[in-house]
Design a protein around this ligand. Structure first.
Ligand code: NAD
Ligand code: MG
Length: 380
């Protein structure tokens, strides 16, 4: 029986993880659930999955929940609660499904303890990929990607040598604005941007998909997971999202992983690896899909994708600045304080204004994240 600590249980990946566990209760047991503030859903999850500990990051929500919770679960709160749980609790696999920079610190705790990390929180590798991969290698902690593209590449690499890879091809749906002219993008609404053609996900990653920043973050994530240079990571728009990504080898052969889009597949793979676990989730019928098509991404229309390649070449804290500026800008777009095209502008301005440190330690990364947030909050 594997014990699971699930960070972000009320989110899109969190709920899908619990769907996977529900079908596999003979294999997996929930030891900890963490949420930001959605205690109503958490309460139902406690009743069904009976964790020993829950963490509610929002202190006020935690206080209210302590008053009404009738279960004997231990309730921790705040960022300290999150760190205490990941540091002290007994578990085998950490499912890191928080959104944003908040995922970094608890993931580090689990790596220190040599746990398997089922990593959905790509921001962890974007901001601190060098330190995280070094720490994981040193401690022998496995990082198994949950992001569908990286899971596809990971699966395609089973049984292959690292030095036989020529390049990887990350597929992208292209998001809701694939057919828009750049002149129309300034006017798109929050509802338009949240209307993703293929995937149902949390708000932040859905906006990231509309700007194609999501693919940019994934290029950086792939760089650290698979030890490849930016030139060997190509992005191809594939609107059907059936091929989740591909690896081209030095002999010209290409391996890919395919299925209809369903995040439960990469999640169950990360939990079960190296075993494949039977499930009832998905049947892919190619006669219904009909066509698979591929297009070049438009870097001038989707400036965020270009910025992500730029910060990857720049290195140091540049990806951390990009990530923090993007998180605040996306929040501001979601609350209608800025327009869609202000997102890349704010990121660009932040990269121009904030000093890049070339070989940061972990404190420098936290400092850079804080400085960038302050800069964006103050100026926009
Ligand atoms: P979401 O917004 O649906 O869920 C986020 C979860 O984290 C919620 O449970 C929320 O309560 C919690 N949370 C949010 N902010 C927090 C904070 N500051 N401290 C503690 N907890 C906090 O997000 P999601 O779509 O499930 O995405 C989670 C992560 O997985 C992201 O990094 C995303 O890029 C990645 N990812 C998601 C998908 C997907 O299909 N949703 C696919 C690939 C990768
Ligand atoms: Mg993805």
């Amino acid at each position: 029986m594997q014990k699971i600590c699930l960070l972000g249980s009320t989110g899109s990946i969190g709920i899908n993880t619990l769907n996977v566990i529900r079908e596999n209760k003979h294999l997996f047991q929930v030891s900890c659930l963490t949420v930001n503030s959605k205690t109503e859903l958490l309460s139902k999850q406690i009743a069904e999955f009976k964790p020993e500990v829950v963490v509610i990051r929002d202190e006020k929500a935690a206080d209210n929940f302590r008053k009404i919770c009738s279960s004997k679960v231990e309730i921790l709160s705040g960022e300290e609660g999150l760190l205490n749980a990941t540091r002290d609790l007994e578990y085998d696999i950490l499912v890191s499904a928080l959104v944003g920079f908040a995922g970094l610190a608890p993931t580090i705790e689990a790596i220190r303890r040599k746990k398997r990390i089922a990593l959905a929180n790509k921001e962890t590798l974007v901001v601190a990929g060098k330190l995280i991969t070094e720490m994981a290698n040193k401690n022998g902690a496995e990082i198994i990607p949950v992001d569908s593209e990286h899971s596809a590449i990971f699966q395609s690499l089973v049984g292959e040598h690292e030095n036989s890879i020529r390049r990887i091809i990350l597929t992208a749906s292209g998001g809701p604005f694939r057919h828009h002219e750049i002149s129309e993008l300034g006017k798109v609404s929050v509802a338009d941007a949240l209307n993703h053609p293929n995937w149902s996900m949390g708000d932040k990653i859905t906006i990231d998909s509309a700007t194609m920043m999501n693919k940019g973050l994934e290029v950086i994530e792939a760089h650290w997971l698979f030890n490849l240079e930016a030139d060997d990571i190509e992005v191809v728009v594939h609107p059907q999202s059936i091929i989740h990504s591909m690896v081209e080898f030095i002999d010209g052969s290409i391996k890919a992983q395919l299925s209809i889009p369903d995040m439960k597949l990469p999640i169950i793979y990360a939990l079960g690896y190296p075993e494949r676990l039977k499930n009832s989730f998905t049947v892919t019928d190619f006669t219904k899909i009909g066509q698979l098509t591929f297009f070049e991404p438009d870097f001038s229309k989707f400036e965020c994708l270009k910025l992500a390649y730029d910060v990857l070449s720049q290195g140091g804290t540049a990806p951390c600045i990009l990530n923090a500026a993007n998180e605040i800008a996306v929040n501001k777009f979601l609350t209608e304080k800025i327009g869609f095209l202000d997102i890349p502008k704010i990121i660009n301005d932040s990269l121009n204004k904030i000093e890049v440190v070339s070989s940061p330690d972990i404190e420098t990364i936290f400092d850079c994240d804080r400085k960038t947030r302050e800069f964006v909050e103050l100026n926009y």
